[in-house]
Design a protein around this ligand. Structure first.
Ligand SMILES: Nc1ncnc2c1ncn2[C@@H]1O[C@H](COP(=O)(O)OP(=O)(O)OP(=O)(O)O)[C@@H](O)[C@H]1O
Ligand SMILES: [Mg+2]
Length: 233
């Protein structure tokens, strides 16, 4: 295989001409205006842009959580528009890990349950799920919090549990919406490095939205979203 072919087949996620406008009363906000983006296997891409520029909207569309007004999304070369509802659910569950800006942990379940539940839903055995969850908790230095409820953990600990939950099913694509937002600078740095090394270990393609320019510089590419368009630095 020559280099060009190799590079093309390495693309695991692509957004082609994605547009999204929100209409609120008389106001219409064009958040994404024919946006194009591709990410290769194992590549870490930072997405920066001011508050309200559309970073979360872009990640939700890339993660098949929301539907764009127009444009196409390809995951592993499968077009979103040609996926059945069942295929979309399977892609969301098995190919994509999502770390929400507001982590959405299940408040009535312990840390370890929050991590094992997605694996059980994906059909893994309970013993496998528990082993894998403990391995992730260990890597994130949170094994001693495994039986804590979200309300019994600090914000940073909850954020790390949500990172572990997103990594549990070993997705090829990890979409992280400010995974270290709300953390003090020192903790953000530690958690960010743990996050990068876990993603690199598993050769995941990552898009991470962040306001932190210093952390974004640790990624392979930095793109910024402004006035509905993406600009590559
Ligand atoms: N469901 C919605 N209905 C109407 N407007 C929306 C909706 N979701 C987002 N918006 C608007 O779209 C714009 C982009 O929002 P988005 O959450 O994608 O921004 P963001 O870049 O993630 O911001 P932040 O850095 O603050 O998280 C904002 O102006 C927001 O008010
Ligand atoms: Mg956001």
């Amino acid at each position: 295989m020559n280099n060009i072919q190799e590079k093309q087949t390495d693309i695991i996620l692509s957004l082609d001409n994605i547009s999204r406008t929100f209409i609120q009363g008389d106001n219409s906000i064009k958040v994404l205006d024919k946006v194009n983006l591709f990410v290769r296997r194992g590549e870490i891409v930072s997405l920066i842009g001011s508050s309200g520029s559309g970073k979360s909207s872009l990640l939700h569309i890339a993660g098949l959580l929301e539907v764009p007004d127009s444009g196409e999304i390809r995951i592993n070369d499968i077009k979103f528009s040609q996926m059945s509802e069942k295929q979309r659910t399977i892609s969301r569950r098995n190919s994509i890990g999502f770390i929400y800006q507001f982590h959405h942990l299940l408040s009535d379940f312990s840390a370890i349950d929050n991590i094992t539940i997605p694996m059980l839903i994906a059909g893994h055995q309970k013993s496998y799920a528990i082993n894998k969850a403990e391995e992730l908790l260990n890597k994130l230095e949170l094994l001693n919090r495994k039986n804590h409820l979200p309300s019994q953990m600090s914000g940073g600990e909850q954020q790390r549990i949500s990172i572990a939950r997103a990594l549990a099913n070993s997705p090829n694509i990890l979409l992280a919406d400010e995974p270290t937002g709300n953390l003090d600078a020192k903790t953000a740095d530690i958690v960010f490095n743990q996050f990068l090394s876990l993603a690199k270990d598993e050769n995941m393609a990552v898009i991470l939205a962040t306001h932190n320019i210093k952390l974004s510089e640790k990624s392979d590419r930095v793109i910024s979203l402004k006035n509905g368009s993406l600009i590559e630095d």
